[in-house]
Design a protein around this ligand. Structure first.
Ligand SMILES: [Zn+2]
Ligand SMILES: [Zn+2]
Length: 275
């Protein structure tokens, strides 16, 4: 279908969509799931356009390892492509990217998606991730969502990471299994959190060894999650994927919760909140 055809389809749909929006807005008065203002275009999804427009993207320079914002003066120094935290502690994740900072509008949208079960937000959040992670996604063989513990998955009704992974135009491989619920992390230091998730993930028993090998061995794998906090969870998942033979593990998340050199106190609050 060329551009003209697309315009034609939109041209037909538009009056209907406008009428539907007017009716929905008048009779149901739905509100934006992120800011609670009345929705002008309810057929456009549960979040208003001004909330989407306020999502703060992470712009370069950023750390190639964790995807966090680098202060520009750091980018001028040596080892310019990674942040102090990543230089201090090598990660099993080879490179990472997040669509935006986990604050303000994006935080509200992620909350609506994850805690209010607004799963229709996944494709648009996925589009933000595709934009931000274009380099990571190119040449990748598959997307692997960070799993929830089966009990949490049952209670929530869906795994937000799996919904996001399904929006990336890559085959989704449910290669991992969370055998231990890891919350609460409150009161733990960064290294304590790392210890807390160590051993929490394993190969999924639902995937046979031969299938797993054919999908992962010598492949580039993109780990997908909603919010990155300290990166401890992604690192623990990357360990399992690399043990299974993955050549490279990249991580893509919707949101980046805090700069990598932010104090533990702030990370603590957010990790607890996003568990
Ligand atoms: Zn809004
Ligand atoms: Zn970093």
């Amino acid at each position: 279908m060329d551009r003209r055809d697309l315009r034609g389809v939109h041209g037909l749909r538009r009056p209907l969509a406008v009428a539907a929006d007017a009716l929905l807005a008048a009779f149901l008065a739905p509100r934006c799931a992120a800011c609670a203002d009345p929705l002008e275009r309810p057929t456009g999804g549960p979040v208003c356009e001004s909330c989407w427009a306020r999502v703060e993207a992470i712009r370069p320079p950023f750390c190639v390892v964790c995807g966090g914002v680098l202060m520009s003066w750091r980018a001028l120094g040596e080892a310019a492509d990674s942040c102090p935290t990543c230089r201090r502690r090598p990660s099993l994740v080879d490179s990472s990217r997040s669509a935006g900072l986990y604050e303000g509008s994006l935080r509200n949208i992620v909350h609506a998606f994850k805690y209010d079960g607004r799963r229709t937000l996944a494709p648009r959040l996925g589009a933000l991730m595709r934009d931000a992670g274009r380099d990571l996604l190119s040449s990748a063989a598959c997307a692997v969502p960070v799993p929830l513990h089966p009990w949490r998955r049952f209670r929530r009704g869906f795994n937000q990471a799996a919904d996001l992974a399904g929006s990336l135009d890559l085959p989704v491989v449910h290669a991992l299994w969370r055998s231990r619920a890891t919350a609460p992390q409150t009161g733990l230091t960064a290294s304590g959190r790392r210890r807390n998730v160590r051993g929490a993930f394993s190969n999924s028993p639902l995937l046979g060894d031969r299938v797993r090998s054919s999908l992962l061995v010598d492949r580039i794998v993109v780990l997908v999650d909603d919010v990155r906090t300290t990166g401890a969870t992604l690192d623990a998942c990357a360990r399992v994927l690399k043990d299974a033979g993955a050549a490279e593990v990249r991580a893509l998340t919707v949101a980046f919760a805090a700069p990598p050199d932010t104090g533990d106190q702030r990370l603590e609050t957010r990790e607890t909140e996003t568990a």
